[in-house]
Design a protein around this ligand. Structure first.
Ligand code: PLP
Length: 413
């Protein structure tokens, strides 16, 4: 008898199917707007110039020793400045427990494990929809394809969902969101996308964030921010941290997952940071030591190279400025493509409203197309994307935007 005969193949991640089908399609017209990674106007992956320069500076000049268990102190320091603000009193008072994490996913998972270990009676409220690769699930089990759900599931934290997206307006369901915040039991944990919500591209306005923060105060909820796109939404990392800063001003304790995958293009380097704002320095020391304790038997300590790139860039004013320019360049290209896509659809005489293409921000546009319409895009026009209608704007270029608009117009007529 085989030890492993009972092991069935895991369900395939739908995004991999999209990529495979795209690669196998010989059509010269084919377009991939499924990918969740930035592409330049020729559809090619990008390595930022600040990253290249950091690599040149690092090359041959460092050893390959282990990082400390909590990761690079420099990366942590710089990450906290980005999220909490350069002059944050919380940083000065050493109230933040933080460790370098395996990018955004690793930061979320570490937090989920911490939550399970030290707050075993809490649940996590996750927005509907959330970071995911497939059509919003009809069968509850399918929910577990969604990454945020997967992460907290594997950490054995019970989950609930809260209202976020409004189908008709293709915008925020603010009253539904506020109702769910009010109706959740006091002291609930909520996962919030700090900016550039994936997959919808819909963020609360500043005023709405203030109301959300206020209601969190009333209900004593704990906000955990997943910030995978800082700088990618508006082009300015400071502006994209606004939601977090509002919660900090209001005196919340927060948790925060940061990722350098998108905003530095360091996808495969797995560079990120997990931070938790505590009551005081003593508590922060304790919490940090426990985060390290959770990381130790999983991966011991985080990877070095990405950390060196991040700390080299962020600690050098000249390189940091170059980075800020390059993030803005990526965000601006995407914003430009949103305008071009909308204009093209309007020029074709589409009677539908496409305002949401430019109202939404970040890497994705939640187009509102149905799975059937997406199937037609793929089958008739060689356009590959996930069936939830999510367009990765990073895959849209000056070369394919007119073709894409025409195809969308045809299938939504
Ligand atoms: N959180 C959200 C909302 C995301 O969209 C992503 C990536 O797509 C991540 C976290 C994690 O990415 P990574 O683990 O590569 O940093």
């Amino acid at each position: 008898a085989s030890w492993f005969g009972h092991v069935e193949p895991a369900a395939k991640d739908p995004i991999l199917g999209v990529t495979e089908a795209f690669l196998a399609d010989p059509s010269p017209d084919k377009v991939n707007i499924g990918v969740g990674a930035y592409r330049d106007d020729n559809g090619r992956p990008v390595v930022l110039e600040c990253v290249r320069e950091a690599e040149r500076r690092i090359a041959g000049s460092t050893n390959m020793e282990y990082l400390p268990m909590g990761g690079s102190v420099k990366v942590i320091d710089e990450s906290l400045k980005l999220a909490y603000g350069e002059d944050s009193e919380f940083i000065k008072d050493k109230r933040i427990a933080a460790v370098q994490a395996l990018s955004g996913t690793g930061a979320c998972r570490l937090f989920a494990d911490f939550q399970k270990r030290f707050l075993p009676d809490t649940q996590i409220y996750i927005p509907t929809p959330t970071w995911a690769n497939l059509h919003p699930p009809k069968i509850p089990d399918l929910m577990y394809f969604l990454s945020h759900h997967n992460i907290w599931r594997d950490a054995h934290v019970p989950q609930r969902t809260f209202t976020y997206y409004h189908q008709e307006s293709r915008g925020l369901d603010f009253s539904g969101l506020m109702d769910d915040i009010k109706n959740a039991p006091d002291s609930s944990f909520f996962l919030l996308h700090a900016c550039a919500h994936n997959p919808t591209g819909v963020d609360p306005s500043e005023e709405q964030w203030r109301e959300i923060s206020h209601q969190f105060k009333v209900k004593k909820h704990f906000p955990f921010f997943d910030m995978a796109y800082q700088g990618f939404a508006s082009g300015d990392p400071e502006r994209d941290a606004k939601a977090i800063r509002i919660f900090l001003e209001d005196g919340h304790q927060i948790g925060c997952a940061q990722s350098y995958a998108k905003n530095m293009g360091l996808y495969g380097q797995r560079a990120g940071c997990l931070s938790i704002l505590c009551d005081d320095e003593m508590q922060a020391v304790a919490v940090k030591s426990q985060l390290q304790q959770i990381a130790r038997p999983m991966y011991s300590n985080p990877p070095l190279h990405g950390a060196l790139i991040v700390s080299t860039i962020l600690s050098d004013p000249e390189l940091k400025n170059l980075w800020l320019k390059e993030v803005k360049g990526m965000a601006d290209r995407i914003i430009g493509m949103r305008e071009a896509l909308k204009e093209n659809l309007e020029r074709l005489g589409s009677p539908l409203s496409w305002e949401h293409i430019t109202n939404q921000i970040g890497m994705f546009c939640y187009s509102g197309m149905t799975p059937e319409q997406v199937d037609r895009l793929t089958n008739e026009f060689h356009i590959y994307m996930t069936r939830n209608g999510r367009i990765s704007m990073a895959g849209v270029t000056t070369g394919n935007v007119a073709y894409l608009a025409n195809a969308i117009h045809e299938v939504t007529k």
